[in-house]
Each structure stands twice: as C-alpha cells, then as structure tokens.
Design a protein around this ligand. Structure first.
Ligand SMILES: Nc1ncnc2c1ncn2[C@@H]1O[C@H](COP(=O)(O)OP(=O)(O)OP(=O)(O)O)[C@@H](O)[C@H]1O
Length: 333
C-alpha cells in the first residue's frame, strides 16, 4: 500500500502477510507510523486517496476482497468485517440517541425492520453490559467507557466473523480499558468471532492476543504466539519494544527506549529497514533485506542474525544469536 504524495510515494505497507483463524485474536503492534492502521483500512477497503493498493491479495473466507464491487463491499463491511476505532466513541452523533444510532446502523446494513432493529439494539447493549434503557440516552449522558461499549455493540450488530479493533481502548483509563478488553474476550468466546487487534500497547496485546505480529517501517519483522513472543523476542526491534513498556506482571525494572526514530517511508533505509537503529548491525545488513522466515515452529523473524538457523530448530534466542550480550536493557525474568 502506498500514499501518493507530492514528494513521491510513501510505501506504507510492503510484503505484509498473515492470516487469522476463526476465533483467533491476532495482534498487530509497532511504533506510530509503522503501517498498522493502513493494513486495517486496506482489509476493510476503506483506504481513500492518496492511498493506493499497488499489489497483493486480501482474502476473506476464500473471497477476493480486492475484486469486490461497491455493492458487495457494502455488505462485506458490516456483515463480514466490522471495525472499532479509537476515536469511535467521539464520533457518535451528539444529537441522536444511542438507540437511534445503533438502529440506523442495523437497518442500513441488513433487512431487519425498524422494530426488529430496536429489539436487536436492546439485546446488543445488554451483551456489552449496558442497561437497554440507555437506548434513549444521548452520547453525552454516557461515560467514555459506556460510549465505547455502545460502539462495540454496533460493530457486533450483524454478528460479523471478524472484528478489527484499532486502538479500541486507548482513550480510556487503564481500569476501564481492562474491563472492556475482558468483556470483548468473553464475547469472542461466546459468539466465536475473530479479532484483528491493533495497538501500540504491548502489555495489553500480549494479554489478549493468541498470536502477534510486530511491524516496523511498513513490514512485519516478527510473528509468533503471544506468550512465545513475550518470553523470547528474537528481533532486536521486538526486544527493544518489550523493554520500552512496563511489564504485565507489574514487577519493577528499568525501561529503556530504542534510540533513534522510525525512518521516513518516502526514503526507507536500504537492506534491513531497522539497520540504522540496530545495535547488532553489520555491513551486509545495510545492503540485503532479510526475509521473514520460520526459525522455530510458529515463530517467524526477519533478521539476518538468524541467517544461520535451520528452519524448525527447537531453540533459538536473541542472546545466543548475538553471542550473549543484550542491548536495550534486560528482559523481565
Ligand atoms: N494520507 C497520507 N499521506 C501520506 N502518508 C501517509 C498518509 N497516511 C499515512 N501515511 C504514512 O503511512 C505510514 C503508515 O501510517 P499508519 O497510520 O498506517 O501507521 P500506524 O502504525 O497505524 O500509526 P499510528 O499508530 O500513529 O496510527 C506512516 O509513515 C504515515 O506517515
């Protein structure tokens, strides 16, 4: 995916490939500007100019999303995939009741009558833990957490098999954030949908995802089951990212950031895009781009430090790959 700008094309997402299984929570993380939202918008086909999809494939249950007509996309968007944005709770119409807004969304994307839609709206509010009487409330009469729950209820309206959540709780305080995530998890288990969960908050991601992909400068640099990624990050970038967040177990440790900043995607670095910030860089890394490959079962990494690894090895670690000395501080035990 590219953004066509006056200064040239911004190659926002390149060679990113992943699949999400039914019922799975797939997490996508990375610093601001690495392309997470662009991926989400592309899947929903809501990218607007100057964004263009220059190549690749998006398949949903075997259907080619890029080949869908406008009419097919209308149905696809709510019935197959729905999306909850960070700012969604602030985009509710202030002069319409919550009920009117949910009913509007339901009737414009399904064949339900208005009466059926009101019944469904009440059911949906109940599902997300809001009293159905709140259907008559206006957005300003609800707390931020309740408004975001109402948005989630709307996204669930047509029972879509996939929900994309782009920073769904970032604007909320930590306690409400956790409550909402736990509720989403329960709903997912009950209703069986999959989630593409996008956030820069790694501790939240590790807690709620089954698998995680880490993006850097428009590419996936590492992908693994959540616990595995947390306990054994292989890419120096993932390792650095883990060290820039407080631990989910709450233990005290020194946090160290990753020196430097992500590159300008108008002119991405040659070779490995992380090389200007990598403490283990070698001359060859500046020239040759590493490929994402599976080094232990289910654990993929795009980093030259693992070039010598045989596919499917049973044990691989960053510490071993760099000969014992780890930069960016120590990981939690
Ligand atoms: N309209 C646009 N025109 C030009 N470049 C853009 C445009 N929108 C996004 N970009 C660039 O595309 C890249 C990816 O942006 P994207 O918003 O997908 O990243 P992100 O990881 O979701 O960031 P954030 O967490 O801040 O939302 C960034 O480098 C950004 O500067």
């Amino acid at each position: 995916m590219e953004y066509v700008t006056g200064r040239g094309p911004v190659r926002a997402v390149e060679g990113v490939s992943f699949s999400i299984a039914p019922g799975e929570v797939f997490g996508l993380a990375g610093e601001s500007g690495c392309g997470k939202s662009t991926v989400a918008h592309a899947i929903m086909r809501i990218l607007r100019p100057p964004a263009i999809i220059t190549g690749g494939r998006i398949a949903f249950q075997g259907r080619d999303v890029l080949a869908m007509s406008d009419e097919e996309l209308e149905r696809f968007r709510w019935a197959s995939v729905s999306m909850v944005f960070q700012s969604a709770m602030n985009s509710l119409n202030p002069v319409m009741t919550i009920g009117d807004q949910i009913v509007d969304a339901i009737t414009s994307h399904s064949d339900l009558s208005k009466k059926q839609a009101w019944e469904r709206a009440a059911e949906l509010l109940e599902i997300v833990g809001i009293e159905p009487s709140r259907l008559r409330s206006y957005p300003h009469q609800l707390s931020g957490g309740m408004r975001q729950r109402a948005v989630i209820a709307t996204a669930l309206a047509l029972n879509p098999p996939l929900m994309i959540m782009d920073e769904p709780t970032t604007a909320l305080d930590v306690v409400v954030q956790k409550e909402i995530m736990q509720q989403i998890e329960e709903l997912k288990d009950r209703l069986g949908f999959s989630i593409l969960f996008i956030t820069h908050d790694l501790s939240l991601l590790v807690e709620f995802s089954d698998r995680i992909a880490i993006m850097y400068a428009g590419e996936i640099v590492e992908m693994a089951p959540a616990r595995e990624l947390f306990s054994n990050p292989l890419h120096p970038y993932t390792y650095g990212l883990m060290n820039s967040f407080p631990s989910i177990s709450g233990e005290k440790r020194k946090l160290t950031g990753i020196p430097g900043s992500p590159p300008d995607l108008l002119h991405p670095p040659s070779g490995c895009r992380f090389h200007p910030r990598c403490p283990y860089v070698q001359p060859m890394f500046k020239e040759v781009a590493p490929r994402l490959r599976e080094v232990t079962p289910g654990h993929f990494v795009a980093c030259h430090l693992y070039d010598g690894c045989q596919p499917g090895q049973s044990q691989v670690s960053l510490k071993a790959a760099v000969g014992g000395e780890l930069k960016f501080g120590e990981m939690p035990k």
